[in-house]
Design a protein around this ligand. Structure first.
Ligand code: CMP
Length: 141
């Protein structure tokens, strides 16, 4: 099915100047960027976006990292977009990510892991709404 997913290029990857390189990977996989903006999260926003992880031991480090620099946020649309995006990103821990994936190529650690992608249709809907008004999403078929 055609799906939408929320993708974030995290501060470490933005700092490496590989936004375009990463967009090319999405496009080559048949995913379309249908909404996008650059932002720099404050604490409240970072905590809000990752609220489901609030009780995890890595929560504070995750929030600090996500506030450490600008990020690029986009909605990707296409057949099987959620799974495709996760495949392109590779495993959460870059030490386990397959060659040729974003995290293998650009991530330093499980904390600084270059990219985020929604993990289900339900979280995709919530995460997309966190960053974008429906008027700012432009499907082109
Ligand atoms: P992300 O897909 O953005 O979702 C939550 C983030 O928490 C994850 O990527 C990792 O960068 C970070 N994180 C740090 N430690 C862990 C862990 N042990 N398990 C899962 N995510 C972790």
């Amino acid at each position: 099915a055609v799906e939408r997913t929320l993708s974030i290029i995290k501060p470490d990857a933005v700092a490496q100047n590989v936004i375009g390189e990463i967009y090319s990977r999405f496009e080559r996989a048949g995913l379309q960027v249908v909404a996008a903006r650059m932002t720099h999260l404050g604490r409240e926003q970072a905590e809000g976006f990752y609220a489901v992880h609030r009780e995890r031991p890595f929560f504070n480090a995750l929030v600090e990292f996500m506030m450490s620099g600008p990020i690029m946020v986009q909605v990707l649309e296409g057949e099987d977009a959620i799974r495709k995006n996760r495949e392109i990103m590779g495993a959460t821990n870059p030490a386990e990510a397959e060659a040729g994936t974003i995290r293998h190529d650009y991530a330093e650690s499980i904390d600084a892991n270059a990219a985020h992608g929604s993990d289900s249709p339900e979280t995709a809907a919530t995460e997309i709404a966190f960053f974008f008004d429906s008027n700012d999403i432009h499907s082109r078929g």
